[in-house]
Ligand binder design. Structure first.
Ligand code: ATR
Length: 262
């Protein structure tokens, strides 16, 4: 039986096993998908498990998407550009890092009415998922990306990789068409931003968080009559692409799949 894993710390909240095991069952594959909490010291061992075929594929989540890179043999172009890996597989005896978050985010934006072409975006947060959102928006021909992060230094590091970014201080805002919450504010139900971003108007409020589905950030948009989109589709589409890479099957995304994530 082939074994797949999602690694992270914390990992309890991950819904990846739910969706991958659903597709594994649907396609009658001889495989399992589990979550595993990892400490920094164990990253190398897990990659060796994949090298020695004890594991067939790994999904990577916070805080390992970047740290894992030094243990891999090769990166896809997108993983290289974002310095962020969420999917690992073996090909021709090499351990390869791929990033399917960029695809996940782009696909989820395509499902909305919002077309980023020639628009302005404000991204909140400079953590693990931010480079994927920046690259996805750039590829969708956005005209300007503003970035705001509590710890300014982390925003500056991102600007080294993406020089076109315009940094603004935490708590400040600008005129934007799209705003993306890429922070962890909202993961806990009562958390909210101190800044009211709805005053700027905007066309779409996007929250990378999918659990809970309705963060205060998105609720505030809806209250102001602005479109709001959570991270559920991003999550489903990044999983779909990882599944395709590992099993060479493109799983169908339908209501049954969407209903898994509530
Ligand atoms: P990591 O920083 O380890 O990559 P992450 O979950 O990917 O973790 O990112 C967390 C993001 O949420 C960061 O942008 C973080 O801001 P800092 O860089 O200043 O830490 C942001 N974040 C989390 N809690 C926050 C809070 N209470 N206020 C403002 N930003 C917060």
């Amino acid at each position: 039986m082939r074994k797949y894993l999602v690694i992270g710390n914390p990992i309890e909240h991950s819904l990846s096993p739910l969706i991958h095991n659903f597709w594994i069952k649907k396609h009658n594959l001889d495989a399992t998908y589990e979550k595993q909490k990892l400490e920094n010291d164990n990253v190398k061992d897990i990659i060796n498990d994949l090298r020695d075929n004890r594991i067939s594929g790994i999904n990577v989540t916070v805080p390992f998407k970047n740290i894992i890179i030094s243990h891999l043999d090769e990166l896809s172009d997108i993983a290289k550009e974002t310095q962020s890996v969420n999917t690992i597989f073996k090909k021709n005896n090499k351990v390869i890092g791929e990033n399917t978050d960029v695809f996940g985010f782009s696909e989820s934006i395509r499902q909305t009415n919002f077309n980023p072409k020639n628009k302005k975006a404000l991204i909140l947060g400079a953590g693990g998922v931010s480079p994927s959102i920046i690259l996805a928006l750039k590829k969708m021909n956005i005209s300007e990306i503003f970035l705001s992060n509590r710890t300014r230094q982390k925003a500056e590091i991102l600007k080294n990789s993406f020089p076109f970014l315009k940094l603004i201080d935490w708590g400040q805002t600008v005129k934007f068409d799209l705003i993306v919450n890429a922070t962890s504010i909202g993961l806990k139900n009562n958390e909210e931003f101190k800044t009211d971003y709805t005053k700027q108007g905007g066309q779409l409020f996007y929250d990378v968080i999918y659990n809970p589905l309705h963060t205060n950030f998105l609720k505030s948009a809806k209250k102001s009559g602005i479109a709001a989109e959570n991270g559920k589709n991003m999550f489903i589409y990044q999983a779909m692409k990882a599944f395709k890479i590992w099993h060479d099957i493109e799983p169908e995304i339908n209501d049954e799949v969407r209903d898994l994530i509530k």
